[in-house]
Design a protein around this ligand. Structure first.
Ligand SMILES: [Zn+2]
Length: 192
């Protein structure tokens, strides 16, 4: 796989998360800072975040880097921190590690790398979710393997996805290998 294939994932990575806080009792631009237990990331003097008088007031939303209203130094520091993979990237790498190599896995991995939306994704007890949400009647192969899992009292991650003229059912038990089965695609509504 080419590294450039993962370009979509870069856009879904989540920046490091901090609370936001502003200095209320200071006659300077009221920019939001990334707040940590020890003060602000940009290291405003500790007496400014002391108690009392608590000049840093924390906001209800997280710190949002690179906004006009955000502290530039805090933004730089947050942007330099490692980002967290988004859900598509996490699932992609999980399938690489847990699903059997083959055409179905390749097809699903390709769809994830292009951000094709899930039809359905949920987790639950296999005997409760596989028959109800798996749409097993659409399976083109592997019905018996899915039926076997459908009776099990184990936690399973279920996902369906249609990518053009192909569709997939993914059943991932907490332990063991992941099933990726071909399904009949859901017809896409033509726009035009
Ligand atoms: Zn700051």
């Amino acid at each position: 796989m080419l590294e450039s294939d993962r370009a979509y994932f870069a856009s879904t990575r989540v920046p490091a998360l901090f609370g936001a806080g502003v200095r209320k009792l200071w006659p300077l631009p009221n920019r939001e800072h990334a707040v940590t237990a020890g003060g602000t990331l940009c290291r405003l003097p500790s007496w400014l975040v002391g108690d009392p008088p608590r000049p840093i007031v924390t906001m209800r939303h997280p710190f949002r880097p690179n906004r006009n209203s955000s502290c530039q130094r805090c933004s730089e520091l947050v942007s330099a921190m490692p980002t967290t993979p988004g859900p598509y990237e996490q699932l992609h790498d999980t399938l690489l590690a847990t699903a059997e190599p083959g055409a179905e896995r390749d097809g699903l991995l390709s769809a994830l790398r292009r951000g094709v939306p899930f039809e359905m994704r949920m987790a639950g007890q296999a005997y409760q979710v596989v028959r109800q949400y798996g749409e097993l009647v659409r399976l083109l192969a592997g019905r018996s393997a899915a039926e076997e899992l459908a009776d099990a009292h184990i936690m399973v991650d279920l996902m369906r996805l249609t990518d053009g003229d192909r569709a997939f059912l993914m059943l991932r038990p907490r332990e063991g290998s992941t099933l990726i089965l071909p399904m009949a695609p859901v017809p896409t509504v033509s726009r035009g």
